[in-house]
Design a protein around this ligand. Structure first.
Ligand code: MCN
Length: 801
């Protein structure tokens, strides 16, 4: 047995974890399939549920005949919206972005009317999932079809209404004006001046609808048979789900336990209380039996919320030398059929980012949100920021082309210099740190920019069939959602704090309970590294617990690249409190004055002596000791919370080389380099994985993905046969590097990385393709840039709606 005297000081593996390429602790169980996803779970007496969904984009439910389904083998019950009408909660849409916002009632299960193809109208509960699905086909719904509005521009005309009772398709108009806010000048004046004595670039850009395509489809299991109702959910937000279920059902929060086991991706798509989730919970309560629902991939694509979906009207004013004098943005953003959890707030997040890394003197942003009879939209990796970065980086290229200068030159002319940080942007945010000069120089060198430009010139001169284009994308983003005070000012209902608990166990192991809820980000590994360094214990001795409201009572979950910069700081604070409490115990055990006891690398020492003891010895002593004085506590566990003052602002420069076959329209990626500033990097391997995944997702928007509906509003791209996602064969190996400037918003100095790749890569790819063929008269190609679209653009039609 280890005695206090024999206990070793912190071992050689401690004190240098941050910055180390640790393979993820989670990988063993995730990659070898040894984890238990929600759909693998089973509890005694569990029933299965299948949904009956609307085939129509807009229709009145005349009647629902459930009799045949109820007679089917092993069917336990069939539930319609009417059956649960009095218990149906209204799904979260409680945070209007303006006082005048129009918000339709959103019931989890439709009662009288459906507003998109895929909306749930009944649920069949049976002994097995197959029996439930078969019986769902026997539910006979009589429909009266209603006119549907399926397009943003049509919706704006208000001729056909998605929700006739609202009297309009327009939900809210959100506006920001730098002159009114006092953060800049008058944009209309800047544009008027540029029209007579400068340059004005005007563009309408399209952000197509995307569908979050996480690996694990949504799955829910609700068990009401215990003291509490337990809901296992493939969610990003167990704490928020528990709160919203309590708020919408009247069940006390203390009687609801939400468990997010390992979750196979979310990308913002699992950032909601989903109707199917709410129905699973409600039906289990109604029947008093455990009920499980797992969606098919087609159900996921047709009924999970979608992302992007906006028309962007951009006006950029500049002086003749390329100095930008103003930027005016008007967005028409498609909410789809309802206002989702973040609702109109998602496109509005872009309001703060259209000005990117630049020092624009005047800025105006208007966002009109509209309803259509399509699935509702909400956060999708980047949420507002990829859209903003796309627009500004596209028009900066247009400005460079207008002046006949290199795209990097025009950016450098307008960007915020390193010496100017902290910098208050024209949108009113304070950028913490950054160095665009260094990141860009590094990216240029890694890319071999000058050699590729020379090759491009030669190909153009020869009139090659395959032309080369170089795409530049610089970006910054507000990450670490976070600051409660800013969220409050934006009228978001949620706070932005985070919480953690650190417990030293008697054997010297450490349990860390986090409030953030990973679904692929590797928090168990990265947070172990932080705690191992701070407490001076081996990385392997730290266990990170999460995703269960019973275990982690307080937290605001994972989205907006917040987990490290907000949650990591909460963990640090808890660890520091543990050290402080352990110091008191150590002083007692070492019979020293508290002021003389210092802590370093896992060990307490008494100043001026060779006496000391490890923090793990202190933990053991708190467990075994029977004779502590009253003023020395035997509990050294601690909690920490953090709510940042402002966001942190990662940035980076991404460069992409694309080859374009001018005869076939086929495009091929040749090189992709990204140099990002994410402040202190906790685990470079994880960060690199996040960038790789993120960049691929952004490339995918540029080249592959688009939700397509037919004229009746049925999703045509309703399976992975029609909704194209890139495979390893479609991507190349990206060159990733960091150019860190530690953030001043948290003591780790970290900035988020979870969305950077997605935010930066889409414009890099599109700019590269357009750059390849600009000399042939092409200035725009709508996304996704399929070979057909590129081919058509070369013949004069940029495509798009
Ligand atoms: N990290 C680091 N050093 C930094 C910043 C982060 O080592 N300077 C590590 C973190 O410790 C964490 C990971 O990188 O392990 C991501 O951290 P962070 O940027 O804080 O992002 P979150 O953990 O909050 O994750 C959210 C973000 C978002 S918003 C989406 S969308 C997204 C993403 O992460 N969805 C993902 N990455 C995803 N990755 C997977 N596999 N699946 C998803 O659904």
């Amino acid at each position: 047995m280890t005695t206090l005297e024999q206990a070793p000081a912190a071992g050689p593996e401690t004190g240098k974890e941050i910055g180390k390429d640790r393979r993820r602790k989670e990988d063993q169980r995730l990659i070898t399939g040894r984890t238990r996803w929600t759909d693998n779970l089973s509890v005694p007496g569990m029933l299965h549920m299948a949904m009956v969904r609307s085939p129509h984009a807009h229709a009145r439910i005349v009647s629902i005949d459930t009799s045949a389904a109820k007679q089917a083998t092993n069917v336990y019950d069939v539930v319609t919206g009417h059956d649960i009408a009095d218990s149906q909660g209204v799904l979260a849409n409680a945070w209007p972005i303006t006082e005048e916002q129009k918000t339709p009632t959103h019931l989890p299960m439709a009662v009288d009317r459906v507003t998109f193809a895929g909306e749930v109208v009944a649920a069949v509960i049976a002994r097995s999932a197959a029996e439930a699905r078969d019986a769902a086909e026997l539910v006979d719904v009589e429909w009266e079809e209603l006119p549907a509005v399926l397009d943003i521009k049509e919706a704006l005309k208000d001729e056909v209404l998605a929700h006739p009772d609202l009297g309009t398709n327009k939900s809210a108009l959100w506006q920001f004006d730098s002159a009114a806010a006092g953060t800049g000048g008058d944009v209309d004046e800047a544009i008027a001046k540029a029209r007579t004595d400068g340059i004005v670039i005007e563009r309408e850009l399209l952000q197509q609808r995307l569908m979050p395509a996480f690996m694990e489809p949504r799955s829910y299991l609700a068990d009401p048979t215990g003291e509490q109702i337990t809901l296992w959910s493939s969610t990003q937000i167990p704490h928020i789900v528990r709160f919203l279920l309590a708020a919408t059902t009247g069940v006390p929060e203390s009687k609801i336990r939400v468990i997010a086991p390992d979750v196979g991706g979310g990308f913002g798509g699992k950032l909601a209380v989903q109707p199917e989730e709410w129905i699973t919970f409600a039906v289990a309560r109604r029947l008093g039996k455990p009920v499980k629902f797992t969606e098919t991939r087609s159900e996921s694509l047709m009924s999970n919320h979608h992302g992007r979906a906006q028309v962007q009207h951009i006006t950029l004013a500049a002086e003749k030398d390329g100095t930008v004098t103003g930027l005016k943005v008007h967005l028409d953003a498609d909410l789809g059929s309802y206002v989702a959890l973040l609702g109109g707030g998602t496109p509005v997040l872009g309001a703060f980012m259209f000005n990117g890394i630049y020092k624009f003197p005047a800025y105006q942003f208007n966002c009109q949100t509209v309803f259509t009879n399509r699935p509702w939209t909400d956060a999708y990796r980047g949420a507002g920021r990829p859209e903003a970065t796309y627009a500004i980086e596209r028009v900066m290229d247009d400005l460079a082309a207008h002046l006949g200068v290199d795209p990097l030159e025009i950016r450098e002319k307008n960007w915020i210099k390193n010496t100017e940080f902290p910098f208050t942007s024209v949108a009113g945010l304070v950028y913490d740190t950054g160095n665009y000069e260094v990141a860009t120089a590094k990216a240029k060198e890694m890319f071999g920019y000058d050699a590729l430009r020379a090759e491009q010139k030669e190909r153009r001169a020869r009139g090659d069939k395959v032309q080369l284009g170089l795409g530049v994308s610089t970006f910054t983003e507000m990450c670490g959602l976070a600051p409660s005070r800013i969220l409050g000012a934006l009228r978001y209902g949620a706070g932005g704090w985070e919480h953690a608990t650190v417990r030293m166990l008697a054997t010297g192991k450490v349990e860390v309970v986090i409030g953030v809820s990973p679904h692929g980000q590797g928090h168990e590994t990265a947070f172990s590294q932080i705690v191992a360094d701070r407490l001076g214990v081996p990385f392997e001795d730290v266990e990170v617990l999460h995703g269960d409201t019973q275990v982690s009572a307080r937290g605001l979950d994972t989205y907006g690249s917040r987990s490290l910069v907000v949650g990591g700081e909460a963990v640090l604070r808890a660890a520091d409190k543990v050290i402080e409490r352990a110091r008191v115990v150590a002083a007692h055990l070492l019979e020293a004055n508290l002021d003389d006891v210092t802590f370093d690398s896992g060990r307490f020492s008494v100043a001026g002596t060779d006496q000391g003891m490890g923090i793990t010895d202190v933990a053991l002593a708190t467990f075994t000791s029977h004779n502590f004085p009253d003023d020395v506590e035997t509990n050294i566990d601690a909690q920490g919370s953090f709510d940042a003052v402002t966001f942190s602002f990662p940035h980076g420069t991404h460069l992409c080389a694309m080859e374009v076959d001018t005869e076939t329209g086929r495009v091929k990626m040749r090189k992709y380099v990204c140099v990002d500033d994410i402040g202190t990097v906790i685990n470079p391997l994880i960060a690199q994985g996040q960038v790789h995944g993120g960049v691929t997702q952004g490339i995918s928007q540029a080249l592959f993905e688009e939700a397509v509906f037919d004229d009746a509003g049925t999703l045509v791209s309703g399976s992975f046969v029609d909704y194209l996602l890139p495979t390893a064969l479609d991507t190349i190996s990206y060159d990733v590097a960091h150019s860190p400037n530690p953030s001043t918003t948290n003591s780790l100095g970290a900035k988020g990385v979870g969305e950077t790749g997605t935010i930066a890569s889409t414009p890099a790819v599109v700019n590269a393709v357009v750059d390849a063929v600009r000399h042939l008269g092409v200035t725009d190609i709508a996304m996704p840039m399929t070979p057909e679209r590129v081919w058509t653009a070369l013949r004069g039609d940029p495509g798009g709606a």
